[in-house]
Design a protein around this ligand. Structure first.
Ligand code: MIC
Ligand code: SF4
Length: 755
């Protein structure tokens, strides 16, 4: 049975008139992305020919999803909004806090004990406010959403950057910070800059060793980690319709890695099959009724250059399997070039561990294709050289693959099955020996491979590949093994070749599950009490941030000038720190500890300008805070790349940083900063980054006339008495300026409720 069927019915009932009106207003055919966006304009938002990359537009998303590591902050904020119930269907998924150590059952028991306080909090808040709750072990948010909630033509937001996964079912699904989720759950409009559009035309057909993952690995190589910023990527073409729905999900999922706002595909047979297989034939037949609205107009596909800002064409028949990494998901190497690349870069070629699964790649199809290789180990007399682990995306997938005998076959190659959770993808992998920090290579089918991301070891080189390639490389134990051309020596000393992977798109006998792990909220939650222990180390109620003092900011200290890649993992590390996601003061002790200090090339070592001593970033900032001195963080390109975690914005806010000044921002992080009342500024001239010196005292001028489109001025007072006056840009609109003035968006909602 499908959830929230009435809501879906309403979306489909209203879609044709809304899209027709938009087509008429624009006087031209529409892309799929535009149709879904126009069908979700907020009721108070006037229809207009919005300017891509410029116009701020108010939307009314159909639903909200949150995972446990971000839901805590989202819900702590929602509790302050003073509403009795969520305004749109919303869910919480417990997936990020489970450490992968031994195997699923035992690891889950440990997590349930360790994080009981947090799970109880999330369960009771969900119960109170009408939010669906998915217990630990139920699965990873994006897989559970795809299986239960995503629907073609819908629009959702989620407090996780990989919310975009639901594009595989033809949604516009966007990752946001908790404050954005809080707005939508409180019934307020959700604002987004009207996106640019990138069209990806897929010709030919996938076959043999190439998988949907290779499409996005290739796209990441072309567009790089910032090439999709501010854009929706729309896939189309014969290659798109020939691909499974879950394969489309994989492609959309990793669209987060190119910074794209989201990615999506037109409604087709594969989606209809997937909806039916997951108990939602009713949704499929409703979607059939509005099929034309769930695809771009034919003129768009016939002449895409006219309608998209950029077009990429990929011939799937010629696409090679890829391996992306290490340390960045856009360093794309086709498997045939890996021997050269590894030698040229000195990457260790021995593969220590192959890990499959995660929210990105744990469909029935993925697992069945991986198992077709695992099966050959015995058949061909081979021995698996590397360790091998599986993290299923949901209990439904896990139960079904167990029933179909796949887990037994993986067992024969010595595989460990971890809990249906993020585990090794988010630093929650208690890997034996990781503390020795040895340089080593792993391959996985996840999406991110930033330093320390999997096992906390900065010297682990992680390469991202399809589950089938990960499996082949784990069997071979060699990063440079090309299964298309190379042979392996079996236990008898014979040369054998792996057969191409084969699999099934969907289980022949259907999906099955005993306990999916869902808990429905109380019909009337008004009597439910939510208790937060004031002495808790893991949860802390939020105090409102102070409003802007009404003057320019003078005498700020430079906290750190970060050099190079500074992702949200560098700003607010996950792994061991995830346990403090509900406690702002405690988690602030990880602020920027992964960022590289430009001046000494060290992490977590910055100069305290009050004492002249070097110390950890959080402690230095706390010293400024104690002395009532604000500070500035300076950064490089695509600052805040990666996740949606708003902690990366709230921590500096809490500790008294006033502005983040960078060459460029990643979208979600920039919004998160604005929402929390911070100044998110960019160098008008990127070369001015060079002017910032270690002992700078900084003024920010122009705030009393802070206005959209008007640059501000930053004065850098250097230690030698000289100074530089530089112009800095911002993208604040009037509403966002109000957030800054109020000290954060939530202060405005709170006032509205009180008033
Ligand atoms: C991630 O993949 O980095 C995460 C962990 O899922 C994050 C969310 C978080 O930090 O809690 C994301 O992608 O948004
Ligand atoms: Fe979890 Fe990894 Fe997916 Fe993020 S990318 S939701 S950590 S599995």
């Amino acid at each position: 049975m499908a959830f929230d069927i009435e809501m879906i019915k309403k979306v489909y009932a209203e879609m044709p008139a809304k899209v027709d009106a938009a087509r008429k207003a624009l006087g031209r055919p529409l892309t799929l992305s535009e149709k879904i966006l126009f069908a979700h304009l907020h009721k108070d938002q006037a229809l207009s020919n919005f300017e891509r990359g410029k116009s701020y537009v108010d939307f009314a998303p159909d639903r909200v999803a949150m995972q446990d590591a971000t839901a805590q902050m989202a819900l702590l904020q929602f509790m302050q909004a003073g509403r009795p119930k969520v305004a749109v269907p919303s869910t919480v998924h417990c997936d990020h806090l489970i450490t992968a150590k031994l195997e699923a059952k035992k690891d889950l028991e440990v997590a349930n004990a360790e994080s009981k306080e947090v799970y109880d909090f999330l369960a009771s808040v969900s119960n109170k406010y009408g939010i669906g709750f998915w217990k630990p072990g139920a699965g990873i948010i994006h897989q559970v959403v795809l299986e239960n909630y995503a629907f073609p033509g819908g629009m959702m937001i989620g407090t996780d950057s990989h919310t975009v996964n639901a594009g595989g079912l033809g949604m516009i699904a966007i990752g946001v910070g908790g404050a954005d989720a809080c707005d939508v759950m409180a019934g307020l409009p959700w604002e987004l800059k009207w996106p640019k559009l990138i069209g990806v035309k897929l010709t030919g057909k996938l076959s043999g060793w190439t998988a949907p993952k290779d499409v996005i690995l290739k796209v990441a190589g072309i567009l790089t980690v910032k090439g999709g910023t501010g854009a929706i990527v729309e896939y189309f073409g014969e290659g798109a319709s020939a691909m499974s729905c879950t394969g489309k999900g994989t492609i959309c999922n990793m669209g987060a890695e190119i910074g794209a706002t989201t990615s999506t595909f037109g409604y087709d047979e594969s989606m209809s099959r997937y909806l039916s297989a997951t108990g939602r034939a009713e949704v499929a037949s409703m979607a059939d009724g509005v099929k034309d609205y769930l695809n771009a107009d034919p003129e768009v596909y016939a002449d895409p250059e006219k309608y998209f800002d950029q077009i990429i064409e990929i011939n799937l028949s010629e696409l090679e399997p890829h391996l992306n990494g290490p340390f960045t998901p856009d360093l794309a190497t086709p498997i045939s070039k890996m021997k050269e690349m590894a030698a040229a870069n000195g990457w260790p070629t021995k593969v220590e561990v192959g890990l499959i699964g995660s929210c990105t790649n744990s469909s029935y199809e993925d697992i069945s294709r991986a198992v077709s290789l695992a099966r050959q180990v015995k058949e061909k007399g081979l021995k698996t050289k590397a360790q091998y682990t599986i993290t299923p995306g949901s209990e439904q997938v896990r139960y079904t693959i167990e029933r179909d005998g796949f887990l037994d076959i993986f067992g024969e190659i010595g595989a460990t099955v971890f809990a249906n959770a993020c585990g090794p993808c988010i630093g929650m992998w208690d890997r034996v020996g990781a503390e020795k920090a040895e340089r080593n290579t792993i391959v996985h089918s996840f999406n991110r491979n930033f330093a320390k991301r999997a096992d906390g070891n900065p010297n682990t080189l992680a390469f991202v590949a399809s589950p089938e390639l990960v499996t082949a490389l784990a069997i071979a134990g060699d990063l440079t093994f090309n299964p298309i051309t190379d042979t392996l020596t079996n236990e008898k000393g014979e040369q054998v070749k792996l057969d191409e992977p084969t699999g099934q798109e969907l289980p022949q006998r259907g999906f099955a599950v005993e306990d999916a792990g869902y808990q429905a909220p109380a019909a009337d939650g008004s009597g439910v009490q939510v208790a937060v222990d004031p002495t808790s180390k893991r949860l802390q109620l939020l105090d409102p941030f102070a409003a802007w003092e009404g003057t320019d900011l003078k005498g700020l200290k430079l906290l750190i000038k970060a050099k190079g890649k500074c992702t949200t993992d560098h700003i607010s590390m996950a792994g061991p720190w995830l346990k403090f996601r509900g406690h702002l003061d405690n988690i602030s002790n990880n602020m920027l500890i992964g960022a590289l200090n430009f001046f000494n090339e060290k992490t977590d070592s910055v100069k305290n300008q009050l004492t002249g001593e070097y110390g950890p970033v959080p402690a230095t900032q706390r010293a400024y805070k104690a002395a009532n001195i604000g500070s500035v963080v300076v950064g490089d390109e695509n600052y805040g790349e990666g996740s949606s975690r708003e902690h990366a914005a709230m921590e500096p806010r809490h500790l008294g940083v006033r502005a983040i000044l960078v060459k460029s921002f990643a979208r979600i992080h920039e919004t998160n900063l604005k929402k929390q009342g911070m100044l998110a500024l960019t160098f008008a001239d990127k070369n001015d980054y060079e002017k910032v010196q270690e002992d700078d005292t900084i003024d920010i001028e122009g705030l009393t006339s802070f206005a959209p489109g008007e640059p501000l001025t930053v004065v850098l007072h250097h230690a030698d008495g000289s100074s530089d006056k530089i112009s800095v840009n911002h993208t604040y609109n009037q509403q966002q300026i109000e957030w800054f003035k109020a000290g954060g968006a939530l202060n405005i909602i709170r006032k509205q409720v009180a008033g």
